[in-house]
Design a protein around this ligand. Structure first.
Ligand code: IMP
Ligand code: MG
Length: 177
């Protein structure tokens, strides 16, 4: 398995991001919106590093059916429980690939009239974007390769890895069984 980002690298970067977010949201009580399921590790780690009061909620959308390529459509699978109108929102996402998911989500959440909306992603793939999405906080820019671990899956496997690794042929074969 080829490790792309170690547990220590991720932890160090998260401490920096948490400091930035804490500074930017000083005096506010943002609602962190985790996009299921890939962002759960990131969200849990971020929450424990933030120095501002905050709430959390979850939303689930699907753009990838399974496998490694985007289907091109986004569906809302589970909505928020929170009424976000007038609230400061921070979307917490694992990775941006085509940008389809986030541009859909951004539009969807903005229609509910939050006071502000910012986006944090752990990984930003360097790919030509179908949709341009402005991201406020980026953990790491990575090459256009399929990655697994730290919440990211391939066919629902490998989320539990503490690091981010490149998906290799043998891993792909194993998770397709
Ligand atoms: P987008 O809509 O193409 O930006 O895709 C975003 C979603 O696709 C992410 O939230 C992930 O769930 C999934 N995804 C994209 N690239 C990868 C990857 O390399 N590994 C695992 N999941 C990925
Ligand atoms: Mg996702």
């Amino acid at each position: 398995m080829q490790v792309l980002l170690t547990e220590a690298q991720i932890a160090r970067r998260l401490r920096e991001l948490a400091r930035e977010v804490s500074r930017d949201f000083l005096g506010k009580t943002p609602v962190l919106i985790g996009i299921l399921k890939g962002s759960v590790f990131l969200l849990a780690d971020l929450m424990r590093l933030l120095e501002v009061d905050h709430e959390v909620d979850f939303i689930s959308i699907s753009s990838y059916a399974s496998g490694v390529s985007s289907s091109g459509t986004v569906r809302l699978l589970k909505d928020l429980d929170t009424d976000i109108s007038g609230r400061d929102i921070l979307i917490v996402e694992d990775i941006i690939d085509s940008g389809l998911s986030l541009s859909y989500l951004r539009k969807n959440l903005l229609s509910r009239n939050p006071r502000s909306l910012a986006i944090l992603t752990l990984l930003d793939k360097r790919v030509p974007r179908e949709r341009q999405v402005y991201v406020d906080y980026v953990g790491f820019e990575i090459e256009d390769r399929f990655v697994i671990g730290y919440g990211l899956d391939h066919a629902e496997r490998y989320r539990e890895l503490p690091h981010v690794a490149l998906l290799e042929q043998e891993d792909a074969t194993r998770s397709e069984r």
